[in-house]
Write a protein that binds this ligand. Structure first.
Ligand SMILES: [Zn+2]
Length: 181
């Protein structure tokens, strides 16, 4: 739901399963807003994982740690306003990356919103470009471990255009440097 008419990443996950024969697909969402639509669509699916860091409280209001899905494949790591990249990296390292490793997706899709950047006007998290480069390296390594290197990244939020450009460039630079799976 969020700001979107169509949920591109959930459609991509369904397409990967229906057309390309994959079974387990994971979505990692570091947009500052919780992906309530993806969570709802994945809720009853044991072979779809949705993992999210997001500011809470913030629109759309969902994304507490207790929201785990019918099969425990929903992983929410809410962050308080003002949280910086150090907190983000700790949540990724302690909660989300181990869950993704345990799930062992055959495809990793990134909901790559950059509105958790410190300069973004819509929210109050304090990520910087190097945080996005760091998480991209971690996600590429995870995809190398489980998914033959298959990563699809979909641009989502980002409302300070300079911060969006610099963050997206940092993200794509790591994706381009990744060895082919
Ligand atoms: Zn957003």
């Amino acid at each position: 739901m969020g700001f979107c008419l169509f949920n591109s990443v959930a459609i991509a996950a369904a397409h990967a399963r229906a057309v390309h024969g994959l079974k387990r697909v994971a979505v990692m969402d570091f947009d500052v807003h919780h992906g309530n639509g993806t969570q709802a669509m994945f809720w009853d699916e044991p072979d779809l994982m949705y993992a999210s860091t997001h500011q809470m409280p913030l629109y759309p209001g969902t994304g507490s740690r207790e929201e785990r899905g019918a099969h425990g494949t929903i992983i929410n790591a809410p962050l308080h306003g003002g949280a910086d990249g150090e907190t983000f990296r700790a949540e990724m390292t302690e909660i989300i990356l181990p869950a993704l490793d345990g799930f062992a997706p055959e495809l990793l899709i990134i909901s790559a919103g950059f509105d958790a950047h410190v300069d973004d006007p819509l929210a109050g998290l304090c990520f910087v470009e190097e945080d996005y480069a760091w998480v991209t390296r971690e996600l590429v390594a995870l995809a190398d471990r489980h998914a033959g290197g298959r990563v699809v990244s979909s641009l989502e939020g980002g409302y300070d255009l300079d911060a969006l450009a610099a963050s997206a460039a940092a993200h794509v630079r790591v994706l381009m440097d990744a060895p082919a799976g």
